[in-house]
Design a protein around this ligand. Structure first.
Ligand SMILES: Cc1ncc(COP(=O)(O)O)c(C=O)c1O
Length: 393
């Protein structure tokens, strides 16, 4: 039976929509409902809301409004960036190589794999260290004239590590190679100034920063060549056809503005709670390790591996005890294979299977985490005992 007070500790998977964001969206469902492409009064009203939202997003990213493309989610932004830039680079300069890291979200890695399998691109992996941190100097040596596109995740969803993307971006810029970063997990907690980050393409999804699900952004630096991936009408500079989802776009702009203006305060509160959580887990659970970088990590993010524990069983047991956590990314839940991200850190597959991700957010309290610790300690111990007692097959 589920507990009455079920605690949500999976903010990297999704966040509740901020009430101020809900408020901003409401008029656009049934009062201002025209199609932003229509030339009449109602269409112009919707278009005004769209362009205002675009300006607000551009303000948050320090770019021009016409460099903002609205999409349906972070995955779509990643798809448009990778496929669009790779196809354009191939068409214009016959470039074939795509460089990514081995710790990308599937929205990037599977898109790159498809480009390799179907269209003959060559995907190569830039090295990361045992914390999942990109090794920029080694990556720099991999850049050449045949490189169509480089993509590196800004902050990792599974292990929280923050990559030095500005450094890699600078090296790509010097060589005229388009540089994309998946910033989907960064939106709530990290600076997003695209000039300082040296990105040409950057993906965001609203539901990771207290906005609605089903809407995202792709920043596209002026002059970056991209082929469209949704063809049809001329919306979004011809790169992404489809009638605009005005309430969600308005909500995204409000959520992003709030996230960036409240970023430091939110991060500070969560970092203190998160540090104490990590300390308690590593102190009270034997054979527990933190995954990802100990310092250079998202302030709300704690991730571990527990040797000799089945991560899926751990998640189920915690859920029964009243805690919603994750083993890595929401997309992987229920998958018995060890995570490719954890394997890329050099963890043995058996250890990688014992992963747990705890991500904090707006409703997390110290009392929630105090309640979690003894439950987690007891559950890990019990699962280890069961594992040891089970007959060898
Ligand atoms: C790093 C990263 N990229 C991309 C995505 C996909 O975003 P969306 O759920 O908006 O499609 C996620 C979602 O978990 C993510 O964490």
């Amino acid at each position: 039976m589920m507990k009455d007070h079920h605690v949500y500790l999976d903010y990297a998977a999704s966040t509740p929509v901020d009430s101020r964001v809900v408020e901003s969206m409401l008029p656009y469902f049934s009062q201002i409902y025209g199609n932003s492409s229509s030339a009449h009064h109602h269409g112009r009203q919707a278009e005004a809301a769209l362009e205002r939202a675009r300006e607000r997003v551009a303000g948050a990213l320090n770019c021009m409004p016409e460099e903002i493309v609205f999409t349906s989610c972070g995955s779509e932004s990643d798809n448009l960036a990778l496929r669009g830039a790779a196809l354009a680079a191939h068409q214009q300069r016959n470039a074939k190589r795509i460089l990514i890291t081995p710790v990308e979200h599937h929205a990037v890695s599977h898109t790159a794999a498809q480009l390799q399998e179907l269209l003959g691109f060559e995907v190569e992996f830039m090295p990361v260290d045992a914390h999942g941190m990109l090794q920029v100097e080694q990556a720099a040596r991999m850049l050449n004239l045949d490189t169509a596109l480089v993509s590196a995740i800004y902050a990792n969803n599974e292990i929280g590590t923050i990559n030095p993307i500005a450094e890699l971006g600078r090296l790509c810029r010097e060589r005229g190679i388009p540089f994309h970063s998946d910033a989907v997990q960064a939106g709530a907690y990290l600076p997003l100034d695209v000039q300082k980050l040296n990105v040409d393409l950057m993906s965001l999804g609203a539901h990771k920063f207290y906005g609605p699900k089903g809407v995202g952004v792709l920043y596209i630096r002026r002059g970056t060549s991209l082929l469209p991936h949704l063809t049809g009408g001329s919306q979004e500079m011809g790169l992404r056809a489809g009638t605009h989802n005005i309430p969600y776009i308005v909500g995204l702009a409000e959520a992003l503005t709030l996230a960036q203006s409240e970023r430091e305060a939110r991060g500070q509160t969560l970092r203190a709670l998160r540090d104490e959580l990590i300390h308690q887990v590593l102190t009270h659970i034997p054979d527990a390790s933190l995954t990802g970088h100990p310092q250079e990590r998202l302030p709300n993010h704690a991730s571990f591996v527990f040797a000799g524990v089945d991560g899926n069983k751990l998640l189920i047991a915690l859920d029964i005890e009243g805690f919603s956590c994750s083993s890595g990314s929401a997309c992987k839940t229920g998958d018995p294979k060890p995570s490719g991200v954890l394997l890329a850190l050099g963890l043995p597959p058996a250890v990688a299977l014992g992963s747990l991700r705890i991500t904090l957010g707006s409703n997390t309290t110290a009392a929630d985490l105090e309640r979690l610790i003894p439950v987690l300690v007891g559950t890990v111990e019990r699962l280890r005992q069961l594992e040891n007692a089970s007959p060898v097959a």
